[in-house]
Write a protein that binds this ligand. Structure first.
Ligand SMILES: Cc1ncc(C[n+]2csc(CCOP(=O)(O)OP(=O)(O)O)c2C)c(N)n1
Length: 565
């Protein structure tokens, strides 16, 4: 066998079901990229390595597998370093591959080494593992350790450096092992802990399920819906877990933003928390909406990392394990148990439906430029069947909490770090994961869209018909309100930092995408439908009233309460 290191790495990833690669090829990666294409992989060259890493992250979120991106020695890796911070904060098991010159450059005592930096240290703060393949024979060990660490415990990014001198070596290889041969692929909770959890469940009168980001990135939608149905209880979404699970959409309420959620949380006597860090946006499960009844309320926490237990709050029954294994254990255990189903659930469901209908009416109509609340209402009413929603921006994101009329089964946004510019790359990565089976729609602020607008070309080149709806106030919307509140005055730089003449629809057409400029609310839905019918990537630019966008963000007090805990 004469397989080179670069191809062996691909074989090791294939064993994990990975066949997508994101990066800008250079001499260090051109062989790997070509070999990947030859092996039937999809190779995507973005216009910025950071965007490539975001695409890999989104692909991972939609498949439950690690995404893989790469950066060329020096500058490519420098661009990846910022994305690594984002991946770490988002608990994303993205694998970052870095090229580098041969290892003799590392300790060569010279100044002015061209396109060379000592790269591993750039990632020390963000990576769960850093491995340099110093010798070709270490390839399997390093790649397996990376796959192991990225996917064990709390998921997170890893960095593998492949110096030029090992890339083309062809040592003898053993057969490629299956994942279960080198890492833990299942982790069920212990029987006594499951029994203790079932005792709490049977004794509870008003249980709730608190569902976070991890539920969706683990692709455990069905398993968690079975638990919600068995419990007969509401699902409360964390700010990271804003998707709706098929079949139980109507009993799903957003923590803090939905009065039904607030009432369900306040009156609950048992919380079963799944796929969440219990972070600041849920007030650590103990402040604000939880405060009343906190001492009596019981907690079951399903979590992969034993070190997370008891940190943000006291946990009565920790179920340490992979939620994909533990949730079915609970469902199975409940089969022969009698449960009284919540009598309030129907009332909460009706209240939520009434509220959503009232909000759809209340969102101001007839304004030109359009009110952001009306844009969100119309765009989410036209949200395509079984679509994947991607969110990016400031004010538009906050308006969406309250006004969204859609109940997407997957929502991607940068929740933990709040990193703008992820929207278009996430949409592209998600579309690559779902293919033709599901549409993908991004709702974004205009400034956020500008970060990686060049990736429209990538979407066109790779024939990925993502729909982008741009809320356009020609400013850093949310920050305009912040400046006004802080300074009591307008700030030239936040309010007029770019020309009001920017035409995203024309930019889109310039890239070969479909573009529409929509000034009237009644045109938003038809424009989204035309965009879907075009079969192309599409940008729908909707100018919004900049003052209302800056100052009318609803439920702002709830949003700003996050950091208070
Ligand atoms: C990378 C990054 N830089 C800066 C910020 C701070 N920030 C949060 S919201 C916002 C304004 C976003 O403006 P826009 O995309 O136009 O959305 P809008 O607020 O108008 O909906 C900024 C600058 C951030 N979250 N991320």
């Amino acid at each position: 066998m004469t397989t080179a290191v670069y191809e062996r790495i691909l074989q090791l990833f294939e064993a994990e079901g990975i066949k997508h690669l994101f990066g800008i090829p250079d001499p260090g990666f051109v062989h790997m990229a070509a070999a990947a294409e030859g092996r039937g992989w999809t190779v995507v060259a973005p216009h910025h390595e950071q965007a490539g890493a975001f695409m890999a992250d989104a692909w991972s979120r939609m498949t439950g597998k690690p995404g893989v991106c790469f950066g060329t020695q020096g500058p490519g890796v420098a661009n990846l370093a910022a994305a690594a911070i984002v991946a770490a904060k988002e608990n994303s098991p993205t694998i970052f591959l870095g090229g580098n010159r041969g290892r003799e450059a590392e300790h060569r005592v010279r100044r002015g080494k061209i396109q060379y930096i000592s790269q591993p240290r750039l990632f020390e703060a963000s990576m769960k593992y850093i491995g340099v393949i110093e010798y070709p024979e270490q390839t399997d060990d390093v790649v397996h350790e990376a796959l192991r660490r990225a996917q064990t415990g709390t998921p997170g990014p890893v960095y593998i450096e492949i110096p030029a001198h090992v890339l083309h070596a062809t040592p003898d290889w053993k057969p490629v092992p299956a994942p279960a041969d080198y890492r833990l692929t299942h982790l069920a909770a212990s029987a006594p802990m499951i029994a203790a959890a079932l005792d709490l469940i049977v004794a509870a009168e008003r249980p709730i399920l608190l569902v976070g980001h991890g539920t969706f990135t683990a692709r455990a939608h069905d398993k968690v819906s079975a638990l919600a149905l068995a419990l007969g209880c509401p699902i409360i979404q964390t700010s990271g877990g804003t998707a709706f699970i098929e079949g139980v959409e109507d009993r799903t309420f957003a923590y803090g933003f939905s009065p039904s959620a607030v009432e369900a949380v306040d009156s609950s006597d048992l919380v079963i928390a799944v796929g969440t860090e219990l972070g600041e946006p849920v007030h650590f499960g103990q402040g604000r909406h939880w405060a009343r009844g906190d001492a009596e309320r019981k907690w079951i926490y399903i979590e992969r990392d034993p070190l997370a237990i008891g940190v943000n709050r006291r946990i009565d029954v920790p179920l340490v394990g992979d939620l994909r294994d533990v949730v079915p254990q609970l469902v199975e255990g409940m089969k022969d148990k009698k449960r009284v189903l919540s009598t309030d659930l129907d009332r909460w469901i009706r209240a939520e439906a009434t509220l959503k209908a009232e909000l759809a009416e209340a969102a101001p109509r007839g304004m030109v430029p359009i009110h952001t609340a009306r844009l969100v209402t119309e765009a989410t009413m036209a949200f395509p069947e079984d679509g994947v929603m991607v969110r990016d921006g400031g004010a538009i994101t906050i308006f969406t909490w309250t006004y969204s009329q859609a109940r997407p089964h997957d929502v991607l946004w940068n929740q933990n770090l709040g990193h703008l510019g992820t929207g278009l790359p996430y949409a592209i990565g998600a579309k690559l994961a779902v293919g033709d089976s599901r549409p993908v729609m991004l709702l974004t602020g205009d400034s956020s869209f500008m970060f990686h607008i060049s990736e429209l070309e990538t979407a066109v080149r790779k024939q990925l018909p993502v729909i982008v709806v741009v809320s356009c106030d020609y400013a850093w919307g949310l920050e305009v309100g912040v400046y006004r509140r802080a300074l009591g005055a307008q700030s030239p730089e936040t309010e007029a930092h770019w020309s009001t003449g920017v035409r995203f629809d024309q930019i889109a057409r310039g890239f070969g995408a479909h573009g529409e400029f929509v000034e009237r609310e009644e045109e938003i839905g038809p424009a989204i439908r035309r965009a879907l019918a075009s079969g192309k990537p599409a940008v729908i630019q909707v100018p919004v009233d900049p003052d209302r966008n800056a100052t009318d963000a609803p439920n702002y007090a709830e949003y700003s309460s996050w950091a208070a805990y």
